[in-house]
Design a protein around this ligand. Structure first.
Ligand code: SAH
Length: 467
């Protein structure tokens, strides 16, 4: 993974002083997950380019990750995109290798720290599940000119289509410190796959690196939530610090009704659909319509479905969303149907994304395979989001006996490893890429109370007609 920063500012020595890196020296620094090399592929009186080459050791990384789980061999621990993609690893490397520049210290030429320089950044591989729009909405408000090139899944097989990776060139005239701060915060936000446990100190990190720009960014809420991994108490604290007056009113409103874990699941799902620019989604096992209530408020969704096995729950959904009072157009946009997820159902196929919030654990394990076939094979969905409780967290529920599940209708509850083993097998079998996240306040040992798997179909299916 390589990133370069270039400037035509003269004298070019200003740039090297700011970076605290001598143009003639090739420097290598050991970091916990590999090596960072810094050098100048180009340096003259007229222009300078600094390169940071990050050599991540996937095997070491895997060993470290596996300490959190029971020891087991999984190929994707060793062969994955982590070494090649700009992510939180790059942010960590930037702070370790270019710490002085990132913190705005330059003893020899303090006057240039705040000087705007013409800068160009090139990132060879950037992961953005939300596509071009997601990258633009993060960088354009900060004045960057972007050149984005989507990368094919495999250069040798163009018919497989494009991946969710991009190469990116960013151009702007600004102080170097600010540019590094932007990269430090926004790269992990795009990638959404932090390599370390997010604890409270991340709030301070975000606020210090976001100083002078994050509070006025139109996407500050989105950036803050993703940077802090949707941990409600953390992002609320950060947003309050960023904008005390605005947050006071939010806080008062929230005092009246604290958002439950279940609300957090729905909020997370809605945000993910928004990020990905999804236009049609079906809520599979929609229950009494708690998620649908959020979805119908999202203008980007042209078509919404709710499928549920229980007639009574469907009636409750209709009441909750005032279905009978909706205009015919709104009723047409939202289709509710009774159906079982264990039987092939063609109606699912006309949606881009499918969501199962706390549904799988209600099925007998022997029926899971049928659900997998219906959703993953016949569903033809480009995005599938599945949430389920994390059993490891149950020890933290004081009133829950050890041998009991959280709900009497739950047929099983999985640990993080069990869920990820299941998800990885499905991803491989049905050709999806999968990411996992915790939902709710995470415990350092037991993880979050709930967990989510987000599946992205590898070869993009044809755009669906929203009939
Ligand atoms: N997703 C909802 C409800 C979760 S409760 C929410 O987030 O609030 C689980 C729901 O899955 C119940 O409403 C149950 O009726 C439904 N369900 C269970 N098995 C199902 C199946 N085989 N097909 C469709 N729905 C099912």
């Amino acid at each position: 993974m390589i990133v370069t920063i270039s400037t035509t500012h003269q004298p070019t020595s200003d740039f090297t002083y700011l970076l605290h890196k001598h143009p003639d020296r090739f420097q290598t620094k050991d970091i916990s997950f590999g090596k960072a090399h810094v050098f100048y592929p180009a340096f003259s009186e007229k222009e300078a380019t600094m390169a940071l080459l990050l050599d991540i050791n996937a095997v070491d990384l895997s060993r470290r990750t596996q300490q959190n789980y029971a020891q087991s061999f999984q190929l994707d621990h060793y062969v994955n995109t982590r070494p090649y993609v700009s992510s939180s690893f790059l942010s960590t490397a930037l702070s370790k290798v270019l710490g002085s520049a990132l913190n705005g210290t330059c003893k020899d030429r303090p006057e240039i720290v705040h000087k705007a320089l013409p800068l160009v950044v090139r990132l060879d591989t950037l992961s953005a599940k939300g596509g071009e729009a997601q990258i633009r909405r993060l960088f354009e408000p900060l004045g960057y000119e972007l050149q984005l090139t989507p990368l094919p899944l495999d250069e040798q097989f163009p018919e497989w289509g494009l991946s969710t990776f991009y190469s990116l060139e960013l151009k702007n005239t600004l102080p170097l410190q600010q540019l590094l701060q932007h990269l430090f915060v926004l790269l992990p936000v795009l990638d959404n796959n932090k390599h370390y446990f997010v604890n409270e100190s991340e709030i301070e990190k975000l606020l210090s690196k976001g100083e002078n720009w994050l509070d006025t960014h139109p996407e500050k809420e989105y950036i803050t939530k993703r940077y802090l991994k949707y941990k409600k108490s953390y992002y609320q604290k950060a947003l309050t610090e960023l904008n005390p007056e605005e947050s006071a009113s939010i806080k008062n409103a929230e005092k009246e009704k604290l958002p439950s874990l279940h609300d957090q699941r729905h909020e997370m799902v809605a945000d993910e659909l928004k990020t990905r620019g999804i236009k049609s989604v079906i809520d599979l096992g929609c229950g009494s319509g708690k998620l649908l209530r959020h979805l119908i408020k999202m203008p980007q969704l042209e078509k919404i479905g709710g499928l549920e096995v229980s007639f009574r729950e469907l009636e409750a959904t209709k009441k909750r969303i005032y279905y009978e009072n909706m205009s015919p157009k709104s009723q047409e946009r939202l289709q509710l149907f009774q159906g079982a997820l264990t039987y092939k159902d063609e109606r699912i196929q006309s949606y881009e994304a499918g969501v199962l919030v706390e549904v799988i654990e209600h099925l007998d394990p022997s029926r899971l395979e049928a659900l997998e076939t219906v959703v993953f094979e016949y569903g033809n969905l480009s995005t599938i989001i599945i949430t389920t409780p994390n059993r490891e967290y149950n020890v933290l529920f004081e009133n829950l006996p050890q041998d009991k599940f959280r709900h009497p209708d739950h047929r099983f509850e999985w640990t993080r490893k069990e869920f990820q083993d299941w998800g990885n097998t499905l991803a491989q079998k049905f050709d999806y890429e999968v990411d996992y996240q915790a939902i709710g306040e995470e415990h350092p040992l037991h993880g979050g109370p709930s967990q989510v798997a987000i599946f992205t179909k590898n070869a993009k299916p044809q755009a669906k007609q929203n009939k």
